[in-house]
Design a protein around this ligand. Structure first.
Ligand code: IMP
Ligand code: MG
Length: 173
């Protein structure tokens, strides 16, 4: 089967929306210092652009998790591959993720980080596929809501590839 790539959200639209999100996040955290946590690897492109539009002081940290494919999707079991370098107790924390799909990844991470008693905990995703949700989870900041389709680019991969594309595209057969 040959897959074709169609642009869903172009680089200009992404840049504009990411700037808006950065402004909103800055306004919501006035007078605070932020710890911005990127979820490897998909969130790195979004995070890199987003933090350059955040005007409050911030630190960056990363977490990595693995999902076990189909089995994980149903069980909700997520394995932590890389934890934060520093404690977040008393900190204002923003989790940055590329996309929320079933919601299992973000709800797992949210609960894990919440248990460490941050002063506040919010979540930002570039893309939201609400139709696919298996658990009740609503991110605080959403770049774009998209239909149930598999997307790549701007950090998102298909079989570890295509993360470098400057736009969000959809693979179609
Ligand atoms: P969730 O736990 O089902 O919400 O899945 C979130 C993770 O699944 C994201 O961090 C992505 O790695 C991956 N994912 C979900 N949908 C897509 C997609 O359309 N393209 C690429 N990766 C996706
Ligand atoms: Mg991911």
């Amino acid at each position: 089967m040959r897959l074709q790539l169609r642009v869903l959200i172009d680089a200009e639209e992404i840049a504009h929306r990411v700037q808006e999100l950065g402004q909103q996040i800055s306004a919501d955290h006035q007078g605070q210092k932020l710890v911005v946590i990127g979820i490897l690897k998909g969130a790195v492109v979004f995070l890199s652009d987003l933090i350059r539009h955040i005007t409050v002081p911030l630190e960056v940290d990363f977490m990595a998790i693995s999902s076990y494919g189909a089995a994980t999707q149903t069980s909700g079991v997520v394995q932590l591959l890389k934890d934060l370098d520093r404690p977040i107790e008393g900190e204002h924390v923003l989790i940055v993720e590329d996309i929320i799909d079933s919601g299992l990844t973000l709800s797992y991470l949210y609960q894990l980080l919440k248990s460490r008693n941050p002063a506040s905990l919010r979540t930002a995703v570039l893309l939201d596929k609400p139709e696919r949700r298996q658990t009740e989870f609503t991110p605080d900041y959403v770049g774009f809501t998209i239909p149930d389709m598999f997307v790549i680019g701007y950090g998102l991969d298909y079989n570890h590839r295509h993360r470098e594309l400057p736009y969000v595209g959809v693979l179609e057969s």
